[in-house]
Design a protein around this ligand. Structure first.
Ligand code: ZN
Length: 376
């Protein structure tokens, strides 16, 4: 049993237009990759900020990007971070001329992708290992590793939390390595699943702006996200290992997708989750077969069913998606699952997994038929 204290944080700075709560991230665990040290980790909340001004700076298709930039054919086909937003977060005071990047990202002779890549390269120019990772992250996913703008986050009863910019270099390099590794696994997952899908995947993992930050005198929040931007706290208590970070990131990115699918989790899984919660009344032994992840709230129950934690359908779905990711990635890699697929534990699980796969992942399920394969 993994227990963790639970906290809530609530960014209310003017740059965070809060429209609702999403649970966070590390409520992941689940599967064979659950890290050992999760017991000490804190659960924080993930604030949705879809109304953020920054959200409008993101584009998801090359056509709209090219049109906005006035540079047809210059934008990449995959989701990406808008050049102006990348510039603002990489070089708030302007791109140094010494960088050799065009001063005007939308200039006709400056393809947007090359401009952003040039800025990333220059931002990490003094840190060779980080530069390599940041460029790899950009090349694989279109993600931009930048820094947060210092601000005070309203931590509710815990008071204000000061977050400052922190480049993931030196003692914090491991965080950039873990993010890069996680996104690489997600690209592998996406490519692998696509080969088996009968329809196009309706899921976005790329084009994320990473705002690396450090909390002053605190270890929360570990992360917060909205509008395809993720704030990553290098002092976050949840970021204890590569697998913990990978699960956390998948959980967070699923929340963003859930939002884009007009609250799919509540619309489609809400009733199923509510019925289970009503039947079990927060009794952990009763909830155990229905919990997609192993993470529990200290003094509470499985994170997916924890009361007073926002809409449990949101958290259940993010846990479910992370379990799906881990199970399918294991199958794609030819590995044996360490326990029976989630779908086999209860009819409700099978129904939820099927709905998830159909909505986001082309209906793919590579896990063995229930009862057909012994587990490790
Ligand atoms: Zn969550």
């Amino acid at each position: 049993m993994r227990l963790r204290p639970r906290t809530r944080t609530r960014p209310t700075s003017c740059t965070f237009a809060l429209v609702g709560w999403l649970g966070i991230a590390a409520c992941t665990a689940g599967g064979q990759d659950a890290p050992r040290n999760r017991a000490e980790a804190s659960v924080v909340e993930l604030a949705s900020q879809t109304a953020s001004p920054s959200a409008s700076t993101f584009v998801t298709a090359s056509a709209s990007a090219a049109a906005a930039a006035g540079a047809p054919n210059a934008a990449p086909a995959e989701p990406f971070v808008a050049a102006a937003r990348a510039r603002a977060m990489l070089f708030p005071d302007g791109v140094p001329s010494a960088a050799g990047c065009s001063a005007e990202p939308n200039a006709a002779n400056q393809p947007v992708k090359a401009f952003v890549r040039c800025m990333i390269s220059h931002r990490f120019a003094e840190h060779v290992q980080a530069q390599e990772l940041a460029l790899s992250l950009f090349d694989a996913s279109g993600d931009v590793a930048a820094t947060e703008v210092a601000f005070l986050m309203d931590g509710g009863f815990r008071g204000d939390i000061r977050l400052v910019a922190e480049l993931p270099v030196g003692p914090y390099l491991k965080h950039l390595r873990w993010v890069e590794s996680a996104k690489k696994a997600m690209v592998e997952f996406e490519a692998g699943i696509s080969k088996h899908a009968t329809s196009k995947l309706n899921y976005r993992q790329g084009g994320v702006l990473w705002k690396f930050a450090r909390s002053v005198g605190r270890t929360t929040p570990s992360a917060y996200a909205g509008g395809w931007e993720i704030g990553y706290n290098v002092s976050g208590s949840l970021h204890s290992s590569e697998s913990a970070v990978r699960d956390t990131i998948f959980h967070e990115i699923f929340h963003l997708n859930d939002q884009e699918h007009e609250g799919w989790s509540r619309r489609v899984l809400g009733k199923l989750v509510d019925v289970i919660a009503e039947r079990c009344k927060s009794r952990s032994p009763c909830l155990k077969p229905y919990a997609p992840g192993k993470t529990m709230v200290r003094g509470g129950t499985y994170y997916a069913f924890q009361p007073d934690n926002g809409d449990i359908a949101h958290e259940y779905a993010a846990e479910l998606a992370t379990r799906y990711f881990n199970e399918q990635l294991s199958m794609l890699r030819g590995q044996t699952l360490s326990e029976a697929p989630f779908k086999c534990a209860a009819p409700e699980n099978a129904e939820a997994m099927k709905s998830l796969a159909q909505e986001f992942f082309g209906g793919v399920d590579l896990t063995p038929t229930c009862g057909a394969q012994p587990h490790r």
